[in-house]
Design a protein around this ligand. Structure first.
Ligand code: NA7
Length: 534
């Protein structure tokens, strides 16, 4: 096996980030080696092939804008495309720009080491492949390290058990099966509404109910695509400057409208059927308890109106946190599922899962026999994929240990002091770690990284890393913004509380995509004075 390969840039991951970075750096004439754990293109859209997997971003914003030709050639079928379509799109991009030849598949990175003398990174994969590079771009994913529940006996479950991100490519037969699912986040909700009518019986184990928004998902005609294409230049410009990288931005202040006007506004956004109800209406939703409570009440009433049994409806209504302080998923028929005779909902807060024995889930007051147990239990978000790697920077430091001991620390969510020439994308303390339409932030961050690398080279230097001071200042600003919101008061993967032992801290930058871009652009305009270049 090749041991001494050396390139200019190593890219980890072949999802939205990895594909764009591979294209960008190869086009600029750098030699690139991309390493991908999966056997195909797609990242999130390669792994998450569970029933009902679909984007909550509109297809016309959830795409690349770097090539006119690509924009002209690709036709979206739906407003919110399913996993298959998104995976196909990413393969289309990789094939169109002949990128697969730069990607080594089945290459899970286990170790990354900065060689101080040479000022190079040495990367090793699980199967023993080694490659070195001057620059390292981590597109390893925000939500790629599965989080498994710690339930007594779960490892000995004798039926079929699987996490949603490891759904078999060949599919899984669920008809006539007794199926259980743990988790009612964005993933759980998509699975539940997709399989309820197929299975013999579905038992939903819910710990925290979610707020949702009904998805309005029209199919696109040729005429609609032509219309959208005409808007692409405007879409490209707009999405970079909104709060969350979509087309919509907060429309008006909650306080500017009367209660009646607010109600009419909420009804209008509710019909719109997209995340605009959350991140396109009133900014106060994130900051003010009173505004948040009014919007939450509106959504609670909508849930009540769709569930026949009031006791079940109450179980499905969030009680201890406000709308939008956790990730709000879109749904199509989620609540109607609970009107079906073959679906039961167990609140595991009041009826705890004691253990799993054989094929049975043993609760406080009953035993449920299952053929299949689906774990829609989420991910170690933001940090998980990075700390899973033995990632050694200067002076023998290990990222996993440093972040465990001192908490997560990054500069702009893209660089880490002590880890020269390493760049992170959609990582903690950037909007891409939750509050961004992913391709918008991929475009902005990879372009910033490109300029940073070009600067190092043009200065005739070898390495760049942020100073400790600039990293601390970014951390302070990040925390101030986060703590002014209601997000930091709520338990969720946004605050890291879904992972035992993870320090509580808001993972995404909450200042908005447009504001974040301005801050990054300032660093570039000031010739990266916040960094040490040597
Ligand atoms: P999430 O949003 O983290 O949801 C995970 C769900 O699993 C959530 O309902 C959890 O309850 C539940 N969970 C986790 N562990 C347990 C145990 N031990 N017992 C019961 N329930 C449990 O992950 P998703 O995959 O749905 O979504 C991730 C993101 O992917 C999503 O936000 C989109 O951006 C795409 P909890 O809320 O912690 O009480």
């Amino acid at each position: 096996m090749e041991k001494n390969k050396k390139v200019d840039v190593i890219v980890v991951g072949a999802g939205f980030t990895g594909i764009f970075a591979t294209h960008k750096f190869t086009t600029l004439g750098y030699s690139v080696q991309t390493l991908e754990a999966g056997d195909g293109i797609g990242g999130t859209w390669y792994w998450n092939r569970y029933p009902g997997a679909r984007t909550d971003s509109e297809s016309y914003v959830y795409q690349y804008f770097f090539s006119e030709e690509l924009l002209n050639e690709w036709n979206w079928k739906e407003k919110f495309p399913a996993q298959e379509e998104t995976e196909k799109y990413l393969n289309f991009v990789a094939e169109k720009f002949d990128l697969k030849k730069f990607i080594r598949f089945g290459s899970k990175v286990t170790k990354a080491e900065f060689m101080e003398e040479q000022k190079h990174w040495k990367i090793r994969t699980e199967d023993g492949f080694e490659v070195q590079s001057q620059f390292l771009v981590m597109g390893s994913g925000l939500l790629s390290k599965p989080q498994l529940p710690d339930i007594n006996g779960i490892d000995k479950f004798t039926g079929k058990i699987l996490h949603t991100s490891h759904w078999p490519k060949t599919g899984l037969k669920l008809s006539n099966k007794d199926v259980g699912i743990i988790g009612t986040g964005a993933t759980g909700i998509q699975v539940i509404q997709s399989i309820a009518s197929e299975v013999k019986h579905l038992t939903v184990f819910q710990r925290t109910p979610n707020y949702t928004i009904p998805m309005n998902n029209p199919r696109f005609t040729e005429q609609k695509m032509a219309e959208l294409r005409g808007q692409y230049p405007e879409i490209k410009k707009t999405r970079q400057n909104t709060f969350a990288g979509f087309l919509y931005d907060f429309e008006s202040s909650y306080h500017e409208l009367s209660q009646q006007e607010r109600l009419a506004c909420m009804e209008r956004y509710w019909k719109e059927g997209s995340l605009s109800f959350w991140i396109g209406q009133f900014p106060e939703i994130f900051f003010e308890e009173e505004a948040n409570s009014e919007i939450s009440q509106f959504v609670k009433d909508k849930i009540r109106s769709r569930v026949n049994d009031p006791t079940i409806a109450e179980k499905l209504i969030p009680k201890d946190y406000g709308f939008g302080t956790r990730r709000v998923p879109l749904e199509t028929s989620y609540y109607e599922v609970y009107n079906r005779p073959n679906v039961s909902l167990i609140d595991v807060r009041t009826n705890e899962i004691k253990k799993i024995a054989g094929q049975e889930v043993i609760l406080e007051d009953q035993k449920i026999k299952l053929d299949v147990l689906i774990l829609a239990t989420g991910f170690d978000a933001g940090t998980g994929a990075l700390t899973a790697i033995d990632l050694h920077g200067r002076d023998g430091r290990l990222l996993r240990d440093e972040w465990k001991k001192n908490g997560v620390s990054t500069f702009l969510g893209m660089q880490v002091h002590g880890y020269p020439n390493m760049f992170l994308v959609n990582a903690p303390m950037s909007p891409g770690a939750a509050f961004c339409n992913v391709p918008t932030c991929v475009d902005q961050q990879v372009t910033w990284i490109e300029n940073c690398i070009k600067h190092v080279i043009s200065e005739g230097k070898n390495a760049i890393e942020p100073s400790k001071k600039s990293e601390q200042e970014w951390g302070k600003h990040h925390d101030e913004v986060a703590e002014s919101t209601l997000v930091h008061k709520t338990d969720s993967w946004y605050t890291g509380t879904n992972v035992k032992g993870k320090a509580r801290r808001v993972i995404p930058y909450c200042g908005g995509v447009g504001e974040y871009k301005n801050k990054c652009d300032e660093v570039t305009a000031n010739n990266f004075v916040d960094c040490q270049i040597y």
